[in-house]
Design a binder for this molecule. Structure first.
Ligand code: NAP
Length: 233
């Protein structure tokens, strides 16, 4: 299979790239920082030499950059079997006092990037009547919490996008899965004082997504909800 993963230079995206590549699948990844992306690419290519792994820098929040990434994928002449809309980040804050523009920024990266890339890649998947799209939502898509602010709003919207797409894609034989992880230790937590053992491992999320991609054509996992064993922080 050919797997497209956004935001794969670190964190969940990198764990997903490793999981799919180690199971014999070809992986195409992006992130903003070219330096970190190519470092990760080199690691992956060295470890998994038997599959195709390629990377192209892309800022998913920039429509022109998304177009260039989609054109690059088209130029690979591959069928997209799995698209994982993973790129995103968290700016803590509250609606009443977060800086002007934070909601626009959160929506651009956590929602519009996935929306725009999906719209670029869907026509070919629909013509083939096959494929699987995973949308990285969050526990913050299900439940509001203190300091969630614009991030939580963007993740509720991402779940709304995913639910709509699921309904629309039923007759086109394209699976859609919303992924709602609680806290998992990735680079986004590395600056914090959270004990890595208190929250999930990045690989837990990658393992569940991979498992959901392996079902028969007649079944889809609509929602994946994962939490730390001790519950949310
Ligand atoms: N870790 C958690 O506890 C947790 C829980 C629930 C949901 N999530 C969600 O899971 C996803 C991944 O989070 P993570 O914890 O793995 O984060 P991470 O370790 O910080 O990795 C984020 C990845 O996304 C890339 N990225 C960020 N903004 C981007 C953009 N505009 N365009 C393209 N790539 C971009 C980053 O590279 P560059 O910075 O170089 O672009 C990096 O490769 C996010 O959507 C996040 O909201 C995480």
């Amino acid at each position: 299979m050919n797997i497209i993963i956004t935001g794969a230079s670190k964190g969940f995206g990198k764990s997903l790239a490793r999981k799919f590549a180690s199971n014999g699948h070809n992986v195409y990844i992006c992130s903003r920082s070219a330096a970190q992306l190519y470092k990760t690419l080199e690691e992956l290519v060295t470890e998994f030499s038997e599959v195709t792994i390629k990377a192209m820098p892309c800022d998913i929040s920039d429509k022109e950059s998304v177009k260039e990434f989609a054109d690059w994928i088209a130029a690979q002449k591959i069928d997209v079997d799995v698209l994982i809309n993973n790129a995103g980040y968290f700016i803590p804050g509250s609606v009443y006092n977060e800086p002007e523009g934070v909601l626009e920024e959160m929506l651009a990266v956590n929602l519009l990037g996935a929306y725009n890339l999906t719209r670029k890649l869907l026509p070919a998947m629909m013509a083939r009547k096959s494929g699987h799209i995973f949308n990285m939502c969050s526990i913050a898509s299900l439940q509001a919490y203190a300091n969630g602010g614009a991030y939580s709003i963007s993740k509720f919207a991402m779940l709304g996008f995913s639910k709509n797409l699921r309904e629309e894609m039923k007759p086109h034989n394209i699976k859609v899965t919303a992924v709602m992880p609680g806290a998992a230790y990735t680079d986004s937590w590395s600056g914090s004082d959270v004990d890595p053992k208190r929250i999930m491992e990045s690989e837990d999320v990658a393992n569940m997504i991979f498992a959901a991609s392996q079902l028969s054509p007649t079944a889809v996992v609509e929602d994946i909800i994962l939490r730390p064993q001790l519950g949310d922080l």
